[in-house]
Write a protein that binds this ligand. Structure first.
Ligand code: NAI
Length: 463
């Protein structure tokens, strides 16, 4: 089947960039990204390219090239479903906040709504692609809904999880390590796989396109995130031991990373991982393992989350302890609020939890992040429901420049590894701060000895 029209439901961090790259690489395919969120779609369509809702290096150029040519953003979900041969589902799958599996299982209500809508609208055969990260065996549920509520047309369900990392999404999409496509072993299933393989073949070498059964594909995505997060928790566990023993975690990471069996990536100690995926996907894996009675498997992976929570708490406790056991009414400057550099995404960012702890101790938090607004910072804190919105607003100070954010501050905490932090005039910052001036480098990105030479008291992670 020659694919000429694709629709993607969900114009978020995955749907937007993924479809922009497909549109750029396949000019003969019309790609329509739809979302219920009118504000988000309007932002994607904004004439000023700086206003598109997602910040990713290089994304603006790709959107500019393809938008209006063969890339469209719309709120007309039904029309896009009706016209498309392939429908990607790229909606959010957050952790459940209610009922059975609360706090662990993935909430599939958005997925089910999509499936029901596709079934209602589709008048010819469709390939439905799970792009969202889903629990293993979700395709079964989607298939059941489609087959039982549809108009008698045929649906093929494929699993095509997305492995992009925020901050490098465009590069990851243009040059992926692999594309994974899971499908049914029937001849119709194989034809659907081939159709999607052909789309990716426009720019991805054949050797990097892996096809599997649906369940392997679904489980591979959860497993990949669990392995990645596990490496961070492992090195963070070692960082605490380093602080007690005089070892330096950066040196340990380098020494073990040179072992080709271990490898050097994802071995950077930090205040803890964040982002919308790692925690939710591991909790989901834990929940699935428990639901099969695999308690040892569940406990093993749950420890990755426990370690990460410990690392965040340890960081805030250390700030309080170092600042003479009180931060009450002290100004503490946060460099960074996003969960990592080069993104404006703040979901599950360690900064949120560290700030929450320090506000509990009556600190005033002065946040400076090059891509995150005060509105977002306050929304993240309000979401925790620790205190009233007005109490949060009173505790968070906002400044337009990093230098203003540091004036009269007792301490700086680095929560995100933005490159620009390294380039700042640290002498100027030091001169404007209360003394002793502390720096807590939660990302181990600053030059500790250089800061100490200026007069700062510098503490990194794991040394
Ligand atoms: P997101 O929250 O940024 O975007 C999801 C969008 O779907 C929202 O704009 C929402 O309004 C829309 N939506 C929800 N239900 C809808 C419906 N019924 N009809 C139309 N639109 C609807 O989420 P994000 O980050 O793009 O994640 C999507 C999925 O991709 C999740 O399953 C996530 O686990 C997975 N994923 C995310 C990665 C990331 O780096 N953010 C990486 C790889 C996978």
């Amino acid at each position: 089947m020659k694919i000429t029209k694709i629709c993607c439901i969900g114009a978020g961090y995955v749907g937007g960039p993924t479809m922009a790259v497909i549109a750029q690489k396949c000019p003969e395919i019309q790609v329509t990204v739809v979302d219920l969120n009118e504000e988000r779609i309007a932002a994607w369509n904004d004439e000023n390219i700086n206003n598109i809702p997602i910040y990713e290096p290089g994304l603006d150029k790709i959107v500019l090239e393809a938008r209006g040519r063969n890339l469209f953003f719309s709120t007309d979900v039904e029309k896009a479903i009706d016209e498309a041969q392939i429908i990607f589902i790229s909606v959010n799958t957050p952790t459940k906040t209610y009922g059975k599996g609360k706090g662990m299982a993935a909430d599939l209500k958005y997925i089910e709504l999509c499936a029901r809508q596709i079934a209602r609208v589709a008048k010819d055969n469709k390939i439905v692609v799970e792009k969202s990260t889903l629990p293993v065996r979700t395709a079964e549920a989607i298939k059941s809904i489609l087959d039982n509520t549809g108009n008698g047309v045929q649906f093929q369900i494929l699993s095509n999880p997305e492995f992009l990392a925020e901050g490098t999404a465009v590069q990851d999409l243009l040059n992926p390590d692999r594309i994974l496509i899971g499908g049914d072993s029937s001849s119709e299933g194989q034809k659907a796989i081939e159709a999607l393989v052909e789309v990716y073949s426009n720019w991805v070498p054949a050797v990097k396109i892996l096809t599997t059964n649906v369940w392997s594909s679904e489980l591979s995505k959860l497993t990949a995130n669990a392995f990645l997060a596990q490496r961070i928790s492992s090195i963070n566990a070692v960082s605490e031991l380093c602080e007690k023993t005089g070892a330096d975690v950066n040196e340990v990471a380098k020494a073990i990373g040179m072992d080709s069996r271990i490898g050097s990536k994802f071995l950077k100690a930090s205040v803890g991982f964040g982002g919308s995926c790692f925690q939710k996907d591991i909790l989901n894996l834990v929940y699935i393992a428990k639901s099969y009675g695999l308690n040892e498997v569940a406990d093993y992976w749950e420890q990755v989350i426990i370690m990460n929570d410990h690392q965040k708490r340890r960081f805030s406790n250390n700030i309080v302890q170092t600042l003479y056991n009180t931060v009450s009414d002290k100004k503490i400057t946060f460099f960074g609020w996003a969960f990592k550099k080069d993104t404006n995404d703040t979901r599950e960012s360690a900064a949120i939890y560290v700030a929450d702890d320090l506000i509990n101790e009556n600190a005033k938090i002065a946040v400076y992040d090059p891509k995150v607004s005060r509105k977002k910072v306050l929304a993240d804190l309000d979401y925790l429901e620790t205190r009233t919105a007005s109490a949060n607003a009173d505790s968070v100070l906002s400044f337009d420049t990093p230098y203003d954010a540091c004036a009269n501050s007792h301490a700086i905490a680095v929560l995100t590894e933005w490159d620009e932090f390294i380039q700042y005039d640290w002498q100027k910052i030091y001169d404007s701060m209360q003394k002793p001036a502390f720096v807590f480098d939660g990302r181990n990105v600053l030059n500790g000895p250089a800061l100490e030479a200026i007069g700062f008291v510098y503490q990194g992670i794991g040394s």
